[in-house]
Design a protein around this ligand. Sequence first.
Ligand code: SF4
Ligand code: SF4
Length: 136
Amino acid sequence: MIFENLKKVKAWVPVDGTYDLGSGPRLTMEDQEESYPLSRCISCCCCMEACPQFNESTGFVGAAAISQVRLFNTHPTGKALKRERLSALMGDGGIQECGYAQNCVEICPKDIPLTKSISEVGGQVMRQAIGDLFRK
Ligand code: SF4
Ligand code: SF4
């Protein structure tokens, strides 16, 4: 299930081919500090098990997938898919399903700051939705 949800939000860095692309752009120290804790996710699904909102009726993508959106939206190459990731979190099963019960952050064995990720990504989704409204 977690892998399906990671696919939904395109939780990867897009790479154009398998040839040597050389060294990629560098992460700033600030971005490294933000990204490192998020990169420690082991896909154990504990956060989803503990979440009162994670069930078939909501179709919620869950805290781990949202946190990976924050990780890849921070990455200089991963950012290329930022818009698509945020679009995937709008509507049913998206970030608004979160009731902010915080069970996820308490149970995560890797101490990933999941509620911070949810707030941060929630802000990104909101800014994109508002921007889209003005573009219409
Ligand atoms: S904050 Fe609560 S509702 Fe939101 S993902 Fe975590 S456990 Fe689920
Ligand atoms: S509980 Fe933590 S380590 Fe496990 S899937 Fe969720 S975010 Fe990842």
